[in-house]
Design a protein around this ligand. Structure first.
Ligand code: FES
Ligand code: FES
Length: 160
């Protein structure tokens, strides 16, 4: 049903006249020009479309915008910018953690959720947090290393 939907995305409030059954990535990409969340499987299986909803790593392709009012949504664009990258983004660049990059928006979002609740995760904990995120390029080892590097740098910042 077409109606006004109010969404909180990356700390900004958006009032949009949209079909309330539209999927979140459709609205992000077509109404708001936020293209970080990518379509992969469209079935909640790959993680390419992940965003944070109230801090939880969620498959946005499975979320209808009409059910998201009152929730805090964070997309890749809300995590860092080219001018002010998040330590995760810097670590992924420094280790060249990825090949095609298609999976990385969702993986960085998921890693942000992990580090927010656990600043010193083990390799197993990182792997567990990212376990539903597929990377068909097979860049898993560098991805795990990049998350660990970001965590280490963030802990060093806090300690400084
Ligand atoms: S596109 Fe949403 S989980 Fe694959
Ligand atoms: S870097 Fe290509 S899918 Fe992960």
């Amino acid at each position: 049903m077409l109606r006004e939907v109010t969404l909180s995305i990356n700390g900004q409030t958006h009032r949009l006249s949209v079909d309330d059954t539209a999927s979140l990535p459709d609205v992000l990409r077509t109404e708001l020009e936020l293209k970080g969340a990518r379509y992969g499987c469209g079935a909640g299986q790959c993680g390419a479309c992940a965003v944070l909803v109230d801090g939880e790593d969620r498959a946005s392709c499975q979320l209808e915008v009409g059910n998201l009012e009152g929730k805090s949504i964070t997309t890749l664009e809300g995590i860092g910018t080219p001018e002010r990258p998040h330590p995760l983004q810097t670590a992924f660049l420094d280790l060249q953690a990825g090949q095609c990059g298609y999976c990385l928006s969702g993986i960085i979002v998921a890693a942000k959720a992990l580090l927010d609740r656990n600043p010193d995760p083990s390799r197993a904990e990182i792997a567990q947090a990212l376990s539903w995120h597929l990377c068909r390029c097979g860049a898993h080892n560098r991805i795990l290393a990049a998350v660990a590097l970001a965590a280490e740098r963030m802990r060093a910042q806090v300690a400084a």
